[in-house]
Design a protein around this ligand. Structure first.
Ligand SMILES: NC(=O)c1ccc[n+]([C@@H]2O[C@H](COP(=O)([O-])OP(=O)(O)OC[C@H]3O[C@@H](n4cnc5c(N)ncnc54)[C@H](O)[C@@H]3O)[C@@H](O)[C@H]2O)c1
Length: 272
């Protein structure tokens, strides 16, 4: 199956040019959740996909489900592991066209004055510094690609304040600054850099966040869920497959003029 919207008619000659379909794609934290949905979508479109994660059984499950998928254990909070992982990805993919910086951890649900500084450091290390490290090692390969793409996974928490989640929110705002700056630095190489900002996504993580909020506020899970939906126009959690489709679109030639942008996918959230 090819991505239908990737068929671009060139020069009015009626020739269909499949500009995607054999891209070399690296997705961090691809063993489950949004990363897995993104890996699946690229794989289904005929692209060559490499995922890394800290969850070895998860990597094995993903490899079983997707023939040809390349995997490696890598902690996105570890600089040396990242350097080795990106080199391995570029070698086994034989280049790199698309980098999806998806890895991100939620961190604690606490007000700033109660935060353990070690928790602050841990969140920033994975969400921000890890993205920086993966990207800096990937840039030379993306330049060689001639039309490289970077997609950074921000969040609605990177567009709004997010009470009791300061390290998470700060890291996701920082990723937007990183995205916009990188777009300016790499545009001359034909590399496009965008951020996706999902709202509350259906899945285990959303359940964990709702539980954390319930504990922090003393409300029931149902009350917390109702309150979460009150801040958005569409009263539903986001489907991870829709985020994956957005990532595939951003990596395609159809998005060739889009860079330095933050694309919310959140049912029209007005607050996080
Ligand atoms: N789920 C949401 O509601 C939501 C909303 C907005 C943004 N996001 C962002 O989307 C991204 C993916 O979120 P998700 O909900 O799929 O995450 P998740 O919690 O389901 O985890 C996805 C994967 O990350 C891996 N992982 C965790 N720490 C890692 C590390 N240090 N190194 C490598 N892999 C690691 C896990 O093993 C897991 O396989 C994150 O950046 C997150 O901040 C999620």
């Amino acid at each position: 199956m090819r991505h239908e919207f990737l068929r671009v008619e060139r020069g009015g000659r009626g020739r269909l040019d499949y500009t995607c379909g054999m891209k070399k794609v690296l997705v961090t934290a691809g063993a489950s959740g949004i990363g897995l949905a993104i890996a699946r979508a690229f794989h289904a479109g005929g692209d060559r996909v490499y995922i890394c994660d800290i969850d070895l059984p998860g990597l094995e499950r993903a490899a079983d489900a997707m023939p040809g998928l390349l995997t490696r254990r890598c902690n996105i909070g570890d600089r040396e592991e990242i350097a080795a992982m990106v080199a391995d990805a570029a070698a086994r993919l034989d280049g790199l066209d698309v980098l999806v910086n998806n890895a991100g951890i939620g961190g604690p649900t606490k007000p700033v004055q109660d935060l353990d500084p070690a928790d602050w450091d841990a969140v920033l290390k994975v969400n921000l510094t890890g993205t920086f490290d993966v990207t800096r090692h990937a840039i030379a390969h993306l330049i060689r690609s001639g039309s490289g793409v970077v997609i950074n996974m921000s969040s609605a928490a990177g567009r709004f304040g997010y009470a009791n989640r300061s390290p998470y929110s700060a890291s996701k705002w920082a990723l937007i600054g990183f995205t916009k700056t990188l777009s300016m630095e790499l545009g001359e190489h034909g590399i496009r850099v965008n951020a996706i900002a999902p709202g509350a996504v259906a899945g285990e993580r959303a359940e964990r966040v709702f539980q954390g909020r319930a504990q922090a506020t003393g409300k029931s899970i149902e009350e917390v869920k109702r309150a979460a939906m009150a801040g958005q126009s569409l009263k539903a959690l986001v489907d991870p497959d829709d985020i994956a489709a957005l990532a595939v679109f951003l990596a395609s030639d159809a998005a060739k003029s889009i860079s330095g942008q933050v694309l919310p996918i959140d049912g029209d959230m007005q607050r996080a």
